[in-house]
Design a binder for this molecule. Structure first.
Ligand code: DAH
Length: 392
């Protein structure tokens, strides 16, 4: 209950007794004179003047908002005066109400008007400050591009995934045993000599940067039971200097199939399917004898040149630039997985057989897109990558 609640009671006519003591008392005997001060016309005018001055002085919408509470808020002099009206006797309410109401109206109007002015000023200022010269040549952001090596690897992987193979992975920092020994590359094999392999300090750490993706074959065979059909793309490292055809970091893709009854005919079939997807329906493969320690027999695979379709143009005026005129292009190494390698991985070579092949992704990219030099492929110049677009 407010402390002025008594004011709502009907004022009582003064008794004789009281009239003697307070001869000037009017009908508002129970009115608190301290509170009445809030309704004093001079005070109200002063409050209005202060409010108008504050509104006029506000130089920004923020400032206006800040001073508005003091003059229009619940604790402002005029709000206080407004509350005091309720405490007045009915006869005084109308006049006080009108006075306070008008005062508040003036203040509200002044603030609204100032707000309007400041908004116009702000909008004008923003229009100037945020003006944009649409004729300035734009800094165009070039769309990014996936690196063509990545795109080519993806295309190769997709070819196998489409045939139901799975993707396998291995680390770039590999154990010497997996990179060499388990693949039947004995300690005296030339590929183990220092000039080819990045060894890790100390030299007896047993770790190398893998020189081929073939260790992923071993990892997979140690991990999984046959049948195994995996494709493993990845980075490999050799201590070559960067030149037009060499780079110390390059990419290979490795394929391995282990199952009952796999023969070289299956290997040829897989190679044929693969090159058809990569280089077109008309191409086919041929194999030549070769040697890899981890396959027996081992082969080098060539495929029919997709540019001249096998025409023998060597030494003629129309010598094919893609294949050098032989009509065939070297794809990579392949063979039937060496029985010794199967045994190392705990697979019985009398029950299972398998084939494997590996090829260089940079080479496939050079062939497929006629990329001339290795530098373009390793320098990371976006203009090179963008020629191959974003698609797969
Ligand atoms: N790892 C061999 C290399 O880097 C390529 C290779 C040859 C992979 C024959 C194979 C294979 O899987 O069967 O030269």
């Amino acid at each position: 209950m407010s402390r002025n609640a008594g004011a709502s009671e009907a004022p009582q006519p003064p008794t004789d007794e009281s009239s003697e003591r307070t001869p000037m008392s009017g009908p508002n005997t129970n009115y608190d004179p301290v509170e009445v001060a809030a309704l004093d016309p001079a005070q109200i005018d002063a409050a209005v003047e202060q409010a108008l001055a504050a509104a006029a002085a506000a130089g920004s919408l923020e400032e206006l908002k800040a001073v508005r509470t003091a003059h229009q808020g619940e604790k402002s002099a005029l709000a206080l005066a407004n509350r005091e009206i309720a405490a007045l006797p009915p006869s005084a309410k109308a006049e006080a109400g009108k006075r306070v109401g008008q005062a508040r109206g003036r203040v509200a109007q002044a603030f609204a008007a100032r707000q309007g002015e400041l908004e116009v000023e702000r909008d004008e200022r923003i229009l100037v400050e945020e003006r944009v010269d649409v004729t300035v040549p734009a800094l165009r952001r070039r769309p990014g591009a996936r690196h063509p090596i990545e795109l080519t690897a993806q295309r190769l992987v997709d070819a196998f995934v489409g045939m139901g193979w799975e993707v396998a992975e291995g680390p770039e920092l590999e154990s010497e045993w997996l990179n060499f020994d388990a693949l039947n590359l004995g300690p005296d094999h030339p590929a183990r000599q220092m000039q080819d392999t990045f060894f890790l300090d100390p030299v007896d750490s047993g770790l190398v940067l893998r020189t081929q993706t073939s260790p992923v074959q071993i990892r997979t065979m140690l991990d999984q039971e046959p049948p195994i059909y995996v494709v493993a793309p990845g980075k490999v490292f050799r201590t070559d200097d960067l030149d037009a055809t060499h780079t110390p970091v390059f990419h290979q893709i490795e394929c391995l199939a282990i199952d009952k009854g796999l023969t070289m005919a299956h290997l040829r079939g897989a190679l044929d399917a693969f090159v058809r997807i990569m280089f077109g329906e008309e191409t086919r493969t041929r194999v030549r004898a070769n040697y890899f320690p981890f396959t027996e027999p081992s082969m080098e695979t060539d495929f029919l040149c997709f540019a001249c379709h096998g025409a023998e143009t060597w030494g003629t005026a129309e010598q094919c630039r893609t294949c050098g005129g032989s009509g065939w292009i070297e794809l990579g190494g392949s063979g039937m997985v060496n029985r010794k390698v199967l045994r190392t991985c705990g697979i019985d070579p009398d029950i299972y057989s398998g084939f494997a092949f590996g090829l260089g992704i940079e080479r496939a990219l050079m062939l497929r897109h006629g990329v001339q030099g290795m530098h373009d492929m390793v320098e990371g110049d976006l203009r090179f990558s963008q020629q191959f677009g974003m698609g797969a």
